[in-house]
Design a protein around this ligand. Structure first.
Ligand SMILES: [Zn+2]
Length: 170
């Protein structure tokens, strides 16, 4: 089991950091955040946050708070992002607006976003799904399909496609 590679590199990072076997949920979509959170003993909590805030991770309480007013897809991305802060050892994530972040906080935000993107839309599976769909569908329909399949917002899917060099502009 141990030598078996993970296709999802985000999942691999969590598995290795916390010594948990996640092969059961590897390469299955949408990524099973519930199983991950349960295995890590983290229970995401819905909170009334102002609109500019998606959520935060409280390292002391080992808890993820998410904005209860956001859509399910945004909430999933936030949970994945906060799992990134936890896995990457950032400690509690800042509860401020982006414009007030210092350089290190910004670097951590960037890393947590990349982590979330890979966890929910792993490079290989995403690229394959995109290329399969774009053959017969318009770009817009392709992103609608991606959004359903990976359970992410169309915006997050577009950013991912752009970062992977699959589309030229956002
Ligand atoms: Zn963050």
């Amino acid at each position: 089991m141990e030598c078996m590679e993970y296709k999802n590199k985000g999942l691999k990072q969590i598995a290795e950091k916390f010594n948990i076997d996640f092969h059961d949920i590897d390469d299955k979509f949408p990524t099973n955040l519930e199983t991950i959170c349960e295995s890590l003993d983290i229970c995401p909590e819905f909170a009334e946050l102002r609109d500019g805030m998606s959520g935060y991770f409280d390292a002391h309480q080992k808890k993820i708070f998410v904005n209860k007013f956001h859509s399910a897809k945004r909430i999933c991305f936030t949970i994945a992002h906060e799992l990134g802060h936890y896995t990457l050892g950032h400690g509690s994530s800042p509860r401020d607006e982006y414009k007030n972040y210092n350089k290190e906080q910004l670097a951590n935000e960037y890393a947590a976003n990349n982590f979330a993107a890979e966890l929910l839309m792993p490079n290989e599976a995403f690229t394959q799904f995109f290329q399969e769909n774009i053959k017969t569908k318009s770009e817009q329909s392709t992103f609608i399909e991606i959004s359903k399949y990976f359970c992410v917002s169309e915006q997050a899917a577009k950013v991912r496609a752009f970062n992977l060099g699959l589309i030229d502009s956002l």
